[in-house]
Design a protein around this ligand. Structure first.
Ligand SMILES: Nc1ncnc2c1ncn2[C@@H]1O[C@H](COP(=O)(O)OP(=O)(O)OP(=O)(O)O)[C@@H](O)[C@H]1O
Length: 526
């Protein structure tokens, strides 16, 4: 026979089931969220809904007031929560916080220590109401208490409720601790982040920030000029020999401009075959020509909102110059096979290493296009005209090369001097190639002048400085410097000679894998 105090078998299983359900729900809750407000409130809710442990409250230290207050509650009104303040040792909750011992008040009407402060008696059921408070512990330290109301005469055994409350109090304390750690770590990272940002901002308007290295007044002048025009939409024409950093400055200009978050699109006007130029730049509609299976936007449209960099503009074929001029004048493009004009919002930056005025005299460049492009011309000085930039450039590039090749080579002061004295017809690109060769070929870690001379001896040698027409000679020398690399056989032979027959190093020198290198040799019957 079942009595009011002993529960029947089926009911006991139901009670166990409720407990399991509570544990499963809390487990799900913890795996879903780290948000302590949500997790703790929901735990108090589950205690009430599933186990009848009602009006749960989490009492924690209030750093503002110095005592303890209810910080999370379920089933309490706002006023009741506000009334729930206790000094350590005050009332039942205060005692739990002082001693760290669990308190069980069997009947709140009979316990003189129970304050009835937060919830008045008339808001509770008429039956005998118990109050249980368990301490919240973090690494042995008492940080607060978890308290609940419970009807004294009910099916669930008090011991079972106590066990559940111990478990939930551990989880509450753990959730609070985790949140505190995350807050501390986030604050530390934010602080570090801010310190780094400040350090970056304090750096002189940094050439280095854009990968531009140099200390010469000439380079600083160019940089300041770029900075000045970056905020505007004016077309910029970058002029200078090959390898002087035109592309680097074009990218810096884009990054300094309000368009920095939109695309930077580079078009190498010298490398696109004439018959593809129009579709590449202006795009095409589906069916515009055989093979146009889908519409495609051109480079101008791709650069929308950003910057288009027209590199090697001097090499643009004349018919294309006309089309480009129209786009620049009208600020619209028309896709091949398209019927409508598409307005474009792009910043134009063009560059060339050719003497455009000479090309105009020769009838190879249109004067009207020149005027459109030459709004803000910026000249990049040749490396031989700013030799003081050579040592920092060597440091910067050698450092990068060492990292890329996993080497640790350096130059002796005399070796560096040889590099400073060299005329550098191929400018910084050539300097970088020479440094790469030196690093790959180096026997020890300190490169000596003899090694520099050997590598420079293999470079194309025309003394630009001896030429009666420096600017023209400079650009021609540059072209020769590029031509030297054309023949594969010659390059392979030279690389092998330089590495004294070491194929792996020769392949490295030519940026090839050993397999590619061997394959080329085989093709050339070498
Ligand atoms: N001031 C600089 N500081 C560091 N590296 C530089 C600097 N100027 C150029 N370089 C490096 O030199 C190489 C050539 O630069 P870039 O391609 O910008 O030259 P360019 O003038 O556009 O050449 P080209 O006319 O042949 O296209 C790149 O590797 C670039 O990073």
């Amino acid at each position: 026979m079942a009595s009011t105090h002993k529960c029947p078998r089926a009911t006991r299983e139901d009670l166990r089931e409720e407990e399991f359900l509570l544990q499963r729900e809390i487990g799900k809750l913890l795996s879903k969220s780290l948000d302590q407000d949500l997790v703790i409130r929901e735990m108090l809710h589950l205690l009430s809904e599933l186990l009848g442990l009602n009006r749960g409250r989490v009492v924690l230290h209030d750093p503002g007031q110095g005592d303890y207050c209810i910080q999370y509650a379920y089933g309490l009104t706002r006023e009741e929560v506000a009334r729930g303040r206790y000094a350590a040792g005050e009332g039942v909750t205060g005692q739990v916080i002082r001693t760290g011992e669990i308190a069980i008040v069997q009947d709140i009407d009979e316990a003189p220590g129970y304050l009835q402060r937060a919830v008045g008696r008339d808001h509770l059921p008429r039956e005998t109401v118990s109050y249980i408070a368990v301490p919240l512990l973090q690494e042995g330290r008492i940080i607060g208490a978890l308290g609940v109301h419970r009807l004294r005469h009910r099916a669930r055994a008090l011991a079972d409720d106590l066990q559940i409350l111990r478990l939930v109090s551990t989880l509450v304390a753990q959730t609070l601790r985790l949140n505190q750690l995350v807050r501390e770590q986030t604050a530390r990272l934010e602080q570090e982040n801010q310190a780094l940002r400040h350090a970056l901002e304090r750096q002189a308007p940094g050439l280095g920030v854009y990968g531009i290295v140099g200390e010469s007044a000439a380079l600083h002048r160019v940089f300041r000029h770029i900075e000045q025009v970056a905020a505007t939409n004016a077309t910029v024409l970058l002029l200078g020999e090959s390898g002087t950093g035109k592309e680097l400055f074009a990218r810096a200009l884009h990054l300094m401009s309000p368009r920095r978050d939109a695309p930077f699109v580079k078009v190498n006007c010298g490398a696109i075959p004439e018959n593809l130029f129009e579709s590449e730049l202006f795009g095409y509609e589906k069916g515009a020509f055989t093979g146009a299976n889908a519409s495609r936007p051109g480079r101008f449209e791709q650069a929308s909102g950003g910057t288009i960099f027209l590199d090697e503009i001097g090499d643009l074929p004349l018919p294309m110059q006309v089309k480009l001029l129209r786009t620049l004048q009208e600020r619209t493009v028309e896709r091949i096979g398209g019927r409508k004009e598409i307005a474009i919002d792009v910043r134009i930056v063009a560059a060339t290493n050719l003497d455009l005025q000479e090309r105009i005299r020769e009838g190879r460049f249109r004067l009207d296009l020149y005027y459109r492009l030459n709004v803000i011309p910026i000249h990049l000085p040749a490396l031989r005209d700013r030799r003081e930039d050579i040592p920092p450039l060597v440091r910067y590039h050698l450092n990068q090369i060492n990292q890329a090749y996993q080497r640790n080579v350096n130059l002796s002061p005399e070796a560096l001097q040889r590099l400073v004295d060299y005329p550098w017809p191929g400018n910084i690109r050539q300097l970088r190639n020479v440094l790469e060769r030196l690093a790959v070929l180096a026997e020890g870690t300190l490169i000596q002048p003899a090694a520099v001379e050997q590598v420079l001896g293999g470079e194309f040698r025309t003394s630009v400085l001896e030429s009666p027409e420096p600017s023209r000679a400079a650009s021609e020398t540059v072209r020769d410097y590029q031509l030297v690399q054309q023949s594969d056989r010659e390059r392979i032979e030279r690389a092998l000679a330089q590495t004294r027959g070491n194929k792996s190093r020769a392949a490295q020198l030519l940026h090839m894998t050993l397999r590619q290198f061997n394959y080329r040799m085989k093709l050339l019957n070498m």
